[in-house]
Design a protein around this ligand. Sequence first.
Ligand SMILES: Cc1cc2nc3c(=O)[nH]c(=O)nc-3n(C[C@H](O)[C@H](O)[C@H](O)COP(=O)(O)OP(=O)(O)OC[C@H]3O[C@@H](n4cnc5c(N)ncnc54)[C@H](O)[C@@H]3O)c2cc1C
Length: 460
Amino acid sequence: MDKRFPIEDQIEMLGAALKGRVVTSRNADYDELRAVALANFDEHPAAIIRVANAADVAAVLNFAQATDLPLAIRSGGHSTIGGSGVTGGLIVDLRDLNAIDIDEATKTAWIGSGLTALEVSTAVTQRKLIIGFGDAGTVGVGGLTLGGGIGYMLRKHGLTIDNLLAAEIVTAAGDIFVVDANHHPDLFWALRGGGGNFGVVTRFKFQLHEMPHFVGGPLVFAPTPEILAGFAALSAAAPEELTTIGYVMPIPPVPFVPAEAHFKLAFIAMLAYAGDPAKAEAAIAPFRKLGTPLADLVGPVPYTTLYMLDPPPEAKSAVSIRSRFIKGFGLVEAKAMLAAMAACDAPMKMAQIRMMGGAFSRVPANATAFAHRDATTLVAFLAMYGGGPDVAAKYESWAADAMASIGMGGTAYVNFLSAEGTGGLSAAYPAETLARLRQVKRRYDPENLFRRNQNITPAA
Ligand SMILES: Cc1cc2nc3c(=O)[nH]c(=O)nc-3n(C[C@H](O)[C@H](O)[C@H](O)COP(=O)(O)OP(=O)(O)OC[C@H]3O[C@@H](n4cnc5c(N)ncnc54)[C@H](O)[C@@H]3O)c2cc1C
């Protein structure tokens, strides 16, 4: 880097020194590569750097600090706060870090941090193995894992981070470490729930689990408070092999649901049973009796069919989200949820009920930076829409009001926060956890280089 040259030339020189590729507005694929999943964010970076390895990442971090250009890290581009873009700055784009190296003997895998949940799920389930991510295949393994990872294996195998054995990380100082329980244990602890605050993770090593059989899919009902509350009660009491997510949303015009229900609010109970198929029926049967299903697609299906609610790319929209852990979900909460959904006029809208428990709950609160291990119920409200700031303001306040209407509980999942400032951060982390995270931050990122995230500032 030579400061006598204009920044564009310095970026070009950086590119010449990397194994990966530098993309600027001069390149034909600049717009495609700067785009992120949510239409709320439309950043124009000075350069997108498609890193090829950890050494490339270290070079970009060094360059960003020498030039004072702001920095963003991008994996799957699904940040709810636009953390993976930055106008006028540099984006470390990890999408070419897409190696999947599965060791079937130890049932472990090194996974490039630029992969999506669908890509990894497809690769591991082909070998009758599983690692849980979230409910959407397009979400990046990078951001999802660093925040925790709440998905369809939660009750059986815990959060995604509960299956993280090691990570390769590039720190602000340009050090490349492989961290695990014995090497930089404080950093390894912080990575499991503390988000992208501590460095750029280039690879994750996961423990995989055998999954020779899988039974799952959606049950669709006309939504009533009784069905929602019944679903929550059954989910909490279900065997650990069964993890569920409930969705209230307008049903798209899909052929397996009667036409008269199309575009109306429905309740979709997504069921995921990872265990003996002979016992699956008994676990699932009570859900079928919640009401008369409009559709019943639960059966022995490929695990990746659970990603069926992923919005298609052409349906890209802005999103307003509010989410909290709440104490429990009964008829009162169900009625409030349905009333809030009926009151929303967004072109697409969704409420979610996720019942926790099982393996997730057995991890001690201080073992990872995700400390809310006593959480029982996660609720989220989402509005999806097009249009400018006025429209966004309307749906931001709808989502906040909707969440408040069923109890804006004090605790939250960091990856489901929107830009809620320090209030959001203290909902995601108990005071003791946050203090410990800030100490780790001071040690590994004292200048707060990694700040386009739910930012944990270094301890004083
Ligand atoms: C449609 C949708 C569905 C979702 N469903 C679920 C779900 O079921 N369960 C769940 O747990 N979460 C879910 N999420 C939340 C999701 O986990 C977060 O939005 C997550 O941050 C997205 O990760 P990403 O890599 O796709 O995003 P990005 O925007 O690329 O990254 C998100 C943040 O993480 C940082 N980051 C990403 N990768 C790295 C890395 N390798 N090293 C350092 N920092 C990094 C980025 O800088 C950014 O701040 C969902 C989000 C969306 C939009």
